[in-house]
Ligand binder design. Structure first.
Ligand SMILES: [Zn+2]
Length: 70
């Protein structure tokens, strides 16, 4: 079995809840104080192909123009 790299980031909110964020499409897939609930939300998540395409396009544009100077 291939170990899938962790596809989800966790972000703790001020109210004590934790967001599970998909690293691929940057969507918050679930918010909970329970690890099990986050895991379930992550398991049920499927990236939106349209959203992925949008990110890919943005990434492509960024690589062309290079990092922006402030
Ligand atoms: Zn996703």
């Amino acid at each position: 079995m291939l170990a899938r790299e962790t596809a989800f980031a966790r972000r703790e909110n001020r109210d004590g809840t934790i967001d599970a964020i998909c690293r691929t499409c940057f969507v918050t897939v679930g918010t909970s104080v329970w690890e099990a609930e986050l895991a379930r939300a992550e398991k049920n998540h499927a990236c939106d192909p349209a959203l992925l395409e949008r990110w890919n396009r943005l990434a492509a544009r960024k690589s062309i123009t290079g990092p922006q100077q402030p």
